[in-house]
Design a binder for this molecule. Structure first.
Ligand code: SF4
Length: 493
């Protein structure tokens, strides 16, 4: 039996995960700083028992990546504290994403819709001018120097006058505040007209739309009374590009059980439409999606199988010279390979809901995230922070924030606290509340955990084993640059 011996180095805290059985570097070591290293069983034992050869290159790696340090030679803690604070810098900035739900009305009847939309002519489902004004006041009470104003619905373009009012209020206020403001409208693009496009051009507004794949799949997933959802969305994409430029519109795909059979066709559609990014997101447990779950749902295993097939196809396309990245993989890679967090709300610890995002609902209620207002539409109103006339400080002192925070630090959650993937993952208490009726949740039964474990370990394997084309593709996704702009594969763990 090995016995720990006196060594010139001391251990720093680390976590480890066996990701393969039959690989010479089967174990992933991670540090709180987000640095990582693959090691063998023997190297792990040597590390734990302080038997690493201090003249080896491996020892220098351990030292450089903060798994060990040499007392009286160097003090690693200021460096590590700086790295840790960079990864968590979002905590000090306050809510930066402000979602204005200007109407619940919509012309679609998507079975998977996350929002309980109202019919086109429904009344009482639009945000009032007074609530819009108060919501803008709340947004500017947040300290973040960068603010994103996102308009959502229903179909927000059905309440374009309210969008125009809010943009006007924000611009007037920002003449003094001088923040960096970004606008996004999340829309089907079916209700675009010249007036809207002109306004978007003047105010540098971006569009985000849903494109679920080729025509047969998009129309099946997103039915409208006129059965032409695909055609109208494609026309909308073309109009936005013609007026505002190619990159003024992005798209994401919701994966239904029908989509699972068509990973290649979905990606081919994005390539054909000139997109350089595709976001493949599983069905959400919220809103109408949950009511339709029996008909639409599938296991996380099935989603992961689909996702890995799609990822492999994307890798092949990139290797053949077609640049197209996957959104969630790009976020995870940012968490793995850069000193900064991606900032994506679901992958934050402490949580993003409330701390990073606020939602102003059409009726004047304020929620910590889009998902929590969707739970409201399902009859769960326990996650409301308050009303829009309350100061931000008061909203952020709501008991809901306390409850979410107590379940919102992944490093302190059962299951996550000793998981080697925790530096790159998140807590997402609202997802666990929705699926397990408990914001802490049990990671052994968590589809959030299952998805992140599978995707993160897959990416780590690619980073370790992938050929140079794979490495270059992954790096190009990270930097959102085309493959040819990268000289050679970079950092490897
Ligand atoms: S959710 Fe799962 S993968 Fe993520 S840190 Fe927690 S245990 Fe690890």
């Amino acid at each position: 039996m090995l016995i720990a011996k006196e060594a010139s180095y001391r251990l720093l805290p680390f976590r480890f995960l066996r990701i393969d059985e039959h690989h010479s570097e089967s174990i992933l070591l991670t540090a709180d700083t987000g640095e990582y290293l693959f090691v063998s069983e023997k190297q792990l034992k040597d590390l734990a028992y302080k038997a690493v050869d201090t003249s080896s290159a491996h020892y220098k790696d351990l030292l450089a990546r903060h798994f060990v340090f040499e007392p009286n030679v160097h003090d690693p803690f200021p460096e590590m504290a700086a790295q840790f604070s960079s990864r968590k810098s979002f905590v000090l900035k306050g809510p930066a994403l402000h979602i204005f739900v200007v109407t619940l009305r919509c012309n679609h009847t998507c079975a998977y819709c996350q929002v309980s939309r109202a019919p086109l002519s429904g009344s009482g489902h639009d945000m009032s001018a007074e609530h819009a004004e108060l919501a803008v006041d709340r947004m500017f009470e947040a300290p973040s120097p960068v603010l994103t104003v996102e308009f959502q619905g229903g179909e927000p373009l059905l309440a374009f006058d309210r969008i125009r009012q809010i943009v006007g209020l924000v611009e007037a206020r920002n003449a003094v505040e001088q923040r960096s403001i970004q606008y996004v409208i999340t829309t089907t693009l079916h209700h675009l007209n010249v007036e809207i496009l002109d306004f978007a051009k003047q105010h540098n507004i971006q569009f985000s739309t849903s494109l679920d794949g080729p025509e047969f799949l998009h129309n099946a997933n997103r039915p409208t009374p006129t059965r032409d959802a695909y055609k109208r969305t494609i026309e909308g994409i073309e109009q936005v590009r013609a007026w505002l430029g190619h990159d003024a519109v992005s798209a994401l795909t919701t994966i239904t059980s029908k989509s699972l059979e068509h990973p290649h066709a979905i990606i081919d559609e994005y390539v054909a439409q000139g997109f350089t990014n595709i976001s493949l997101r599983p069905l959400s447990p919220y809103g109408f999606a949950k009511k339709s779950a029996k008909r639409l749902d599938y296991s996380m295993d099935e989603f992961i199988g689909f996702y890995l097939e799609a990822l492999s196809y994307l890798m092949n396309l990139n290797a053949q010279g077609t640049f197209i990245s996957e959104g969630y993989a790009s976020l995870l890679l940012t968490n793995i390979l850069t000193p900064f967090a991606s900032g994506y709300v679901d992958l934050r610890s402490p949580l993003g809901a409330g701390l990073g995002t606020l939602v102003y609902n059409y009726d004047g209620d304020v929620y910590p995230s889009d998902e929590s207002r969707m739970l409201l539409e399902m009859g769960e109103d326990g996650l409301k922070l308050g009303r829009v006339h309350q100061p931000l400080k008061e909203l952020l002192q709501s008991p809901v924030i306390d409850m979410l925070l107590s379940a919102g630090v992944a490093e302190a959650l059962p299951g996550c606290s000793d998981c080697a993937l925790v530096p790159y993952c998140g807590a997402d208490p609202i997802e666990h509340f929705a699926r397990q009726a408990d914001p802490i949740g049990h990671r052994a039964f968590s589809s959030f955990c299952q998805k992140n474990t599978a995707l993160l370990t897959h990416l780590f394997r690619l980073l370790r084993d992938g050929d140079s084309e794979t490495q270059k593709t992954l790096l190009s996704w990270l930097t959102r640059r085309s493959l040819s702009a990268l000289p050679s594969p970079g950092y490897r763990g």
